[in-house]
Design a protein around this ligand. Sequence first.
Ligand code: FES
Length: 67
Amino acid sequence: MADVTITPRKNGPYMVQGPLKLIDPAGNEFTVEEDIIFLCRCGESENKPFCDGAHRSCGFEADTTAG
Ligand code: FES
């Protein structure tokens, strides 16, 4: 089984890398054409669940670290 890596970007989205499926609450699959996607975590994207760059203009701040 291949690994999927999720990396919270500083002041930005979750970067998800690896073979993945993205499913909505009804069980429908989003079209994902690459093995890397960026998921909004600021709440301001007009294209949720994907990041559209709105985090840059809304002042979103998050410096998530594991240690
Ligand atoms: S994290 Fe980029 S638009 Fe929300």
